[in-house]
Design a protein around this ligand. Structure first.
Ligand SMILES: Cc1cc2nc3c(=O)[nH]c(=O)nc-3n(C[C@H](O)[C@H](O)[C@H](O)COP(=O)(O)OP(=O)(O)OC[C@H]3O[C@@H](n4cnc5c(N)ncnc54)[C@H](O)[C@@H]3O)c2cc1C
Length: 486
């Protein structure tokens, strides 16, 4: 099938009156970023309401990688009270949960301090439910397919999808965010095809091949690693697990006594990475002397993160990414209390060891995976045998351009390039893509792929705020275009 889908009123066919023109905005990726961009675009109070087409191969819009999971051990990692699609109603998700009894049957969701940490699928259901009426009315169209190619044709973008259809769009928003993880090369070379080598644990059923008594090596110690270990625990895993990462830093849990964010990092913003670190440490000391835990300070850095990032010269941003990021990540991305408890329990039972180091070499013998591990600050490598290896090093954002043909092609034709911090795609402060040929005002980046420019842009609420911002930029552009045709 090769079908050209063009909104008959969206392009100037010969003789078409400009007044009849209705623009088409294509959003590539229907996770939270794409869904929220579509949602806010549909609410736009000015400018022509465009046709809004979201390309997303998953069943529903709004779930994406993070919330399209049926694993009961996967929980949102911040309290539900801090996750909302509606930027000016922080408790919107909480109310939705109440109205729909969405955590009924999940006795573990509510913590003793009253905070609610539902399963991640509940958040996906919530975002999807908000989008559904817009889809039913046709305001937002869900094309359940993958975008294969995007080409510039005259004043439009020609999008070819995996179903063989082509769609002409006036504006394209890239919201594909998380590429698959990249397994360390030597591991991939030796273990490719091994039945219990799991290079991408986010795939449904990825852990099914692991048997309860298997000796498991988990490569990485962040949130995905915690998810994997908690999932194995829930399946009754009894074999020993080693989790290894360069620094052996484990994602921290939430404060025993939660506190509102404290500190001020914007009035006199740090202009270097080391100044920033010093300011944060001082603020943590001051907070501790007042009985407030570091969590509240880090929450404030996160809340003010975009303002802070903007003030830092590029070389200092790069220094932060190079040296401070691992420490930032483990303090800023926290594990849900239920997941933290599962890990603590596994350590207490002697089932889980967390190591700082790297894998020096791997070899296979009768399906047994022999690893030489080089430990940090220890000249003597250790030998370990495993039956399964799970890679949890997280999405390979640094290789985003190579992760999909359409991104690689847009890069080759000069419309996209890697952000100089290596965190995602280069864009302006209006989220317009930057490539070797310059800025493309009709190609925008929504969500975490824009964080090289915006700084803190990974979790809610920054992701939804950014989507609302991108939608406003799109609306402004459509209005300007409409005025230009009068
Ligand atoms: C495992 C995990 C758990 C997380 N948990 C939390 C949490 O509890 N709380 C929190 O605040 N943040 C959490 N985050 C942070 C997360 O980044 C954001 O909350 C948010 O989900 C990002 O959504 P997104 O739409 O930008 O990206 P994604 O979820 O990656 O969605 C991108 C979508 O694009 C689609 N896509 C990709 N390529 C194409 C293509 N070529 N054509 C069409 N569609 C395409 C994919 O199918 C995918 O659905 C988590 C992140 C991860 C990875």
């Amino acid at each position: 099938m090769n079908q050209l889908i063009v909104n008959p009123t969206s392009l100037f066919a010969a003789g078409t009156e400009p007044a009849a023109r209705r623009p088409l905005v294509a959003i590539i990726g229907g996770g939270v970023s794409g869904a929220a961009t579509a949602f806010y675009l549909a609410q736009a109070k000015q400018g022509p309401i465009p046709e809004i087409v979201v390309f997303e191969p998953r069943d529903g819009i709004g779930r994406g990688l993070a919330y399209d999971t049926n694993e009961p051990a996967h929980r949102i990692n911040v309290p539900a009270a801090r996750m909302s699609l509606i930027t000016d109603q922080p408790e919107h998700f909480l109310r939705w949960i109440d109205d729909h009894a969405a955590t009924a049957g999940d006795a573990d969701a509510r913590r003793p301090d009253g905070n609610l940490f539902p399963r991640r699928s509940v958040f996906g259901d919530y975002v999807n439910a908000i989008l559904q009426p817009l889809i039913s009315r046709g305001t937002v169209q869900h094309r359940r397919t993958t975008v294969a190619h995007v080409l510039r044709e005259g004043q439009h973008w020609c999008i070819s999808d995996r179903d063989g259809a082509r769609t002409m769009a006036d504006i394209v928003v890239i919201a594909t965010s998380h590429p698959p993880p990249v397994a360390p090369g030597p591991l991939q070379a030796v273990l490719k095809g091994h039945p219990r080598f799991v290079p991408d644990p986010t795939k449904p059923g990825a852990l099914e091949a692991i048997r309860p008594s298997d000796r498991v090596l988990v490569v990485g110690n962040g949130l995905t690693s915690a998810d994997v270990i908690a999932s194995l625990g829930l399946k009754g895993h009894k074999g020993p697990i080693t989790a290894i990462s360069r620094r052996g830093l484990r994602s921290r849990g939430h404060a025993a006594c939660p506190h509102d964010p404290v500190g001020d990092f914007l009035t006199q913003p740090a202009l270097t990475a080391s100044q920033l670190l010093k300011t944060i440490r001082n603020a943590i000391r001051t907070a501790a002397s007042e009985g407030v835990s570091w969590h509240a300070v880090i929450d404030q850095v996160r809340a003010q993160g975009q303002g802070l990032w903007k003030m830092l010269p590029l070389a200092e941003q790069q220094r932060i990414v190079r040296h401070l990021r691992p420490y930032w990540d483990v303090h800023r991305f926290r594990v849900a209390p239920q997941v933290e408890a599962a890990l603590d329990e596994a350590i207490a039972q002697g089932l889980l060891e967390i190591l700082a180091g790297s894998i020096a070499s791997t070899r296979l013998e009768n399906q047994v995976i022999h690893c030489t591990l080089r430990l940090r600050r220890d000249p003597h490598p250790i030998e370990r045998n495993y039956d399964a290896v799970v890679v949890t090093t997280g999405p390979g954002h640094g290789r985003i351009l190579a992760s999909q043909p359409f991104l690689a092609e847009l890069s080759e034709s000069g419309y996209l390039e890697l952000d100089p911090t290596g965190l995602g795609l280069s864009c302006t402060r209006n989220s317009e893509a930057i490539g070797s040929i310059g800025v493309s005002p009709s190609l925008l980046i929504a969500g975490p792929l824009a964080r090289g420019t915006f700084g803190e842009l990974m979790g809610l609420p920054q992701v939804t705020e950014h989507a609302a911002f991108v939608a406003s930029i799109v609306s402004d552009r459509l209005q300007m275009d409409a005025l230009a045709t009068i």
